[in-house]
Ligand binder design. Structure first.
Ligand SMILES: Cc1ncc(COP(=O)(O)O)c(C=O)c1O
Length: 413
């Protein structure tokens, strides 16, 4: 397919009819009609709880819920039984970290994370290391906020149990060299854990092919609903690990043991990791979103976002050259994907966000759940972030550049 027409794609998103220029896609994406419609149709025709009954509705809902695992798995090169539905990336990462801690995988070892990581990666691993008897090593960032992957070899040792890192930084847009990192981590027997919250929605992904063992991403950042995220892990890992959360849907049989205790037979993956009634309607919505992304084509989406990133940075070049703005992250568009963050000399990021909002432009401002990264870059008040998706057209980034010139050069209110 020779590209796609963003103005055609836009017509699928009713919220754009308000006239807002939406450049806050790294926080959450807008919802297309077909996702909302799929959830509505399922709710009205086939909804029941899943895996809990033999009646027609329950069987139908279970089949569609299982199919949703398959559809989402296909988008990331995984099989249906490697897809665990949870609430979001944060919960997926938490579940992975706690599983490894609970199963003794971390004991006496080291976990490597980076100074650039989102708190959803950093905090679960810091806490799991504490609980699981491991220590944490932080890979430093350079003066652009990009992890010093060249120093990874110095941190890796036979004690490394996990290397956890972001696929695409939600602040700098820098893309991690996942295959190289995975190769290095695996050479010391460490597990490779990828926060792909900003990867899966924007790039072609094949976790297994990239050498990843565990990955996390969110439905709401890829056209799907809130309330659903994905933990992907190699099937053999999911099989080996005891889940940290027990409850309905996780077991094949629970019995009184002869000693009077309770014996648990865990179900097969992915069910043993999906404790309690899962996000059923949300899974239908996420599968529809995954299908829409697949139809448009992930390579096309990546190309479109690269184009918008490059165009934005070109339009902002005069402000950058004059020192009015400073990029957070690489100043070359080729080294970042779909995200342009910056600070403006003498101006507070929130103030810029509010002035842009008055002009109908939505961006994110603040610390973007990456406090250490902003501290390291000497911008503890945070940054302004524009992030793109399939419904953004060149006119959106032109409007952003014009508004920024207005705000930053003319001191407009
Ligand atoms: C890189 C990255 N990781 C994790 C998250 C957390 O995602 P969620 O809030 O859906 O758990 C985000 C969200 O902004 C993110 O950008």
């Amino acid at each position: 397919m020779p590209g796609f027409d963003c103005s055609v794609v836009r017509s699928e998103f009713p919220s754009l009819e308000r006239g807002i220029i939406y450049l806050d896609n790294a926080a959450s994406t807008l919802k297309p009609r077909r996702v909302v419609e799929a959830m509505r149709e399922f709710s009205y025709t086939s909804y029941a709880n899943v895996h809990r009954g033999v009646h027609t509705l329950s069987m139908e809902a279970s089949k569609r819920y299982e199919d949703a695992h398959e559809t989402v798995g296909r988008l990331v090169g995984g099989s249906w039984d490697e897809i665990v539905f949870v609430r979001n990336t944060t919960e997926a990462m938490q579940l992975a970290a706690l599983s490894l801690a609970l199963n003794g995988v971390l004991r006496g070892g080291e976990v490597i994370v980076t100074e650039a990581d989102h708190h959803s990666t950093l905090l679960p691993w810091v806490r799991a290391a504490r609980l699981g008897g491991a220590s944490v090593k932080l890979l430093p960032v350079d003066d652009r906020g990009v992890p010093r992957w060249d120093l990874l070899g110095e941190l890796l040792s036979e004690k490394t149990r996990v290397v956890a890192f972001g696929h695409v930084s939600n602040v700098t847009g820098a893309v991690a060299p996942v295959e190289d990192i995975a190769k290095a981590a695996r050479s010391v027997g460490a597990l490779v854990v990828l926060d792909s919250a900003q990867g899966v929605p924007h790039l072609p992904v094949d976790f297994r092919g990239m050498g990843v063992d565990i990955a996390a991403f969110s439905g709401h950042k890829m056209l799907g609903p809130t309330g659903i995220g994905v933990l992907w892990a190699r099937r053999d890992l999911l099989e080996e690990l005891e889940p940290p959360l027990g409850g309905g849907g996780t077991v094949s049989r629970v019995r009184l043991s002869p000693s009077g205790g309770v014996s648990i037979e865990w179900d097969e993956p992915p069910w043993k990791f999906e404790a309690g009634t899962p996000p059923i309607i949300e899974a239908i919505g996420l599968a529809e979103a995954a299908e829409m992304l697949r139809e448009i084509g992930m390579s096309e989406i990546a190309r479109h976002e690269d184009f918008l990133t490059e165009k934005t940075m070109k339009l902002l070049e005069p402000l950058h050259e004059e020192g009015v703005i400073r990029y957070v992250g690489p100043s070359s568009p080729g080294e970042r994907h779909g995200i342009v963050s910056f600070v403006a000399r003498g101006r507070n990021p929130d103030e810029i966000g509010l002035l842009l909002d008055r002009r109908g432009i939505a961006v994110r401002t603040g610390l973007h759940c990456a406090h250490i990264l902003h501290d390291r870059l000497g911008v503890p008040e945070g940054s302004v972030r524009a992030s793109f998706y399939i419904y953004n057209c060149p006119s959106d980034v032109e409007a952003l550049a014009t508004a920024l010139e207005d705000i930053l050069l003319r001191k407009a209110r």
